[in-house]
Every structure is written in structure tokens, then in C-alpha cells.
Design a protein around this ligand. Structure first.
Ligand code: ATP
Ligand code: MG
Length: 244
């Protein structure tokens, strides 16, 4: 099976400061990869590079067949294939849930209003918010808004979903709702890369765990490395993470 995500020796600097110092990993179709590591280790930067929100200075990166180090990479095609969800939901406050979700299919794919509404209904149902279709974001809880943000990505039928600490702003109950949606997506076969502090969740759903430290992959393996880490650094990270 050929990987849908392939990073080889990826380097990324901001000014003189090198943030990614040769990052290499692969993710196959249908796999869930959890990226973990200390604050500042480069997790978000790596994720943002995968959607070409940042450019890389060295190495190679192929995402869903798009070669990102090429200066003429088709960004529109890339963004159709890759959905990205952040900690902040960034929904349009003046649009209803359905309208927020219909926006990209209509504007980016040029899908007619009626069909876009049908797509929106399906993905909103998938995240368990069918009854909130006509609500405005401010009428929803944080967890519900985050599920709308996930639905908005799903409406584009991405081949790969990237999640950057999507539950960090939520209290435990709302976190659970969002994690259940992500777990269902994983069960449906979606290829996903998630940056997370939720060790329990990573242990449960991740096929691959990528532990980053100082801009490099320090340890990588199946979710089993969360139970049996090989390096003292990952071992220490896990014990700190589970104390909180
Ligand atoms: N746009 C930017 N300009 C300059 N430096 C940046 C920029 N974005 C990130 N950095 C720096 O890159 C380093 C890695 O940041 P990054 O956000 O990737 O870390 P992270 O692993 O996601 O951390 P956290 O767990 O806190 O989210 C940090 O030192 C950060 O200050
Ligand atoms: Mg981050």
C-alpha cells in the first residue's frame, strides 16, 4: 500500500530559527496517526505544512499525491483533498449551521444550492447535530460548534483530515462528544492525523503514534509505545501527560 502522507527529512525555519529539523514519517490510507509531544516541539507547524499553510525549506512532502515542495503545486486541488480543523472553530456567526457547512461545496466546488444542502444535511447528521441545522453558532455549545467545524470539512469529502488539538478549549464533557465523532470517522475509514494531548484517546484510536521532540520525530510506533515507550523522553512525557 502506498502512503497517502509521506514526509522525508522535512525542514522548516522561521527566520533563522529552525523548527522542523528533518521530520520523516508516513501515513497510509485509512490509518489514524496521533502526533504528541511537548509544547513548542513543532506539532502544529508540521500539520500546517501538510496543508501548505506554511512552506518547507528542505526535504520532501507528498500529501494525497500533491508534491508540496513544488512551487507550482495546485493549492486548490490540495485543499479539496485535505480538511484541517483547529482548536478555534472559526464559524461565520451570521450564517446558520447549514449555511456554514454549505459554503465551501458551493463556492469551491460550484455545487448547486439544493445539492449542497443535501450534502450539509448528511454531514451534520454524521456529527449528531441534525436538529441544529438552522441554528446560529452562538446558539451552540463549544463542543457543538467544533462538531460543525468538522462537518464543514467533511462536506468537501476530503481524503485526509488533519486535527490540531481540536478539544483543547473544551471542558471534559464536550471533549467527549467531539472525540466520539472523531472515533466514528476513524471507524468509517477516514485517514486522519491528529495532534492531541488526549493520551487515552490516542491509545484507543491511533494506528500510529508519532512523538515529536525538538523538531524531530523522537519515537514512533503503534499505540503500544504509549504503554511501553522505548526512550526515556517519551516515558517521561507520558507520565507527565497522564498526571494532569
Ligand atoms: N509563524 C511563526 N513565526 C515564528 N515562529 C513560529 C511561528 N509558528 C510557530 N513558531 C515557533 O515554532 C515552534 C514550534 O511551534 P508549534 O506551534 O509548531 O509547536 P507545537 O508543538 O504545536 O506546540 P503546542 O503544543 O504548544 O501547540 C515554537 O517555538 C513557535 O514559537
Ligand atoms: Mg500546537
Amino acid at each position: 500500500m502506498s502512503p497517502i502522507v509521506e514526509l522525508k527529512n522535512v525542514r522548516k525555519s522561521f527566520g533563522a530559527l529552525e523548527i522542523l529539523k528533518g521530520v520523516t514519517f508516513e501515513v497510509n490510507k485509512g490509518e489514524v496517526a496521533a502526533v504528541i509531544g511537548q509544547s513548542g516541539s513543532g506539532k502544529s507547524t508540521a500539520l500546517r505544512c501538510m496543508d501548505r499553510l506554511e512552506t518547507i525549506q528542505g526535504g520532501s512532502m507528498v500529501i494525497c499525491g500533491h508534491r508540496l515542495e513544488d512551487s507550482n503545486v495546485d493549492l486548490k486541488a490540495l485543499r479539496r483533498d485535505v480538511g484541517i480543523v483547529f482548536q478555534s472553530y472559526n464559524l461565520f456567526p451570521h450564517l446558520t449551521v447549514a449555511e456554514n457547512v454549505m459554503l465551501a461545496p458551493r463556492l469551491v466546488k460550484g455545487i448547486a444550492r439544493a445539492s449542497a444542502h443535501g450534502i450539509a444535511e448528511a454531514v451534520i447528521a454524521k456529527v449528531g447535530l441534525r436538529e441544529k441545522m438552522d441554528c446560529y453558532p452562538e446558539q451552540l455549545s463549544g463542543g457543538q460548534q467544533q462538531r460543525v467545524a468538522i462537518a464543514r470539512s467533511l462536506a468537501m469529502e476530503p481524503k485526509l483530515m488533519l486535527f490540531d488539538e481540536v478539544t483543547s478549549a473544551l471542558d471534559p464533557q464536550l471533549t467527549g462528544e467531539v472525540l466520539r465523532v472523531m472515533e466514528q470517522l476513524a471507524a468509517d475509514g477516514m485517514t486522519m492525523i491528529l495532534v492531541t494531548h488526549e493520551m487515552g484517546f490516542a491509545r484507543k484510536v491511533a494506528d500510529k503514534v508519532i512523538y515529536m521532540k525538538d523538531g524531530k520525530v523522537h519515537e514512533m510506533g503503534s499505540a503500544d509505545i504509549l504503554r511501553n515507550p522505548s526512550t526515556p523522553e517519551l516515558s517521561e512525557f507520558i507520565s507527565e501527560a497522564t498526571e494532569h
